[in-house]
Ligand binder design. Sequence first.
Ligand code: SF4
Length: 329
Amino acid sequence: MKTVFSGIQPSGELHLGNYVGAIRNWVRLQESYRCIFCVVDYHAITQTYDVKDMGRRVDDMVVDLLALGIDPERSILFVQSMVPEHTELAWVFNAVSHMGDLERMTQFKDKSEHQPDNINVGIFTYPVLQAADIMLYKAELVPVGQDQLQHLELARRIARSFNHRWGQTFPECEPLSTTVPKLLGLDGQAKMSKSLKNHIPLSVFGNDKALWKLLGPAKTDPARVTREDPGNPENCNVFTMHKAMSPEPDIEWSRQGCSTAGIGCVDCKKKLAENMQKHFAPYVERKKEILGKPGYVAGVLRDGAEKARAIAKQTIGEVREKLGLWHSP
Ligand code: SF4
């Protein structure tokens, strides 16, 4: 069975964009692969953050991951900083990574432009730690979106350089591309994101009023000035959510109704709200169960780190031997 590795930054409670863009796929991948899911807190510290919030952000995210269907019996779920071999391998990989390659990374260039006061070395070498995250488990497949393809290509290059210098050790991982529907933000912006405050947090599911408070005022196709004006659903962020969350007949109902002005935006949003509540009902129940079991999340993360560490130690042992480092006779 092939190994899949995927990491996520501990941003706290998940939102609909995270679910549709990544986690729903992770849940499915568990059927066919050995999956290793990592909350990458060492990556997160390259940005400014509130120290007293970090632990809670990890906990909230893990509760959501488990409630959404990440199964700790089948997959390994752990926090990056609990497995120190990640940073150890990243250091080794620094020795086969090139400044020019790192300077070319689009994400680094974007961050340097937008936050010129906080360009720490961690942001620069972020993709090296990412390569270590993957290679530590010799993962063959990595689910990635378009924005991460460049980092993955660099990880492959790092593995190649290591193998060339010290002998065949790491597989060259492949991207596992899945077509996921693209969600726009509630304000119609190109991306649903917590930092843009245009997201639907998963915590509103199970609470009709809280969901409607967000969905009710959500932007729609500007062509629909009145209920009588037909629109183009492809210009509407609510329709992107229908495509991601509603059954096919309801998507068609929305498409037809919008373009012929047969339905109003309120009808359309109500149908979407209904479908989303139905979809997330098992998540709401499971979350209640998890929160009712004190210590459960900590136990899952401890077990996950133990399993991850067993693999990581083996890889690092092999790496140390290949590098010819001193070891106790
Ligand atoms: Fe969007 Fe639905 Fe209104 Fe059309 S009817 S603009 S798809 S909310």
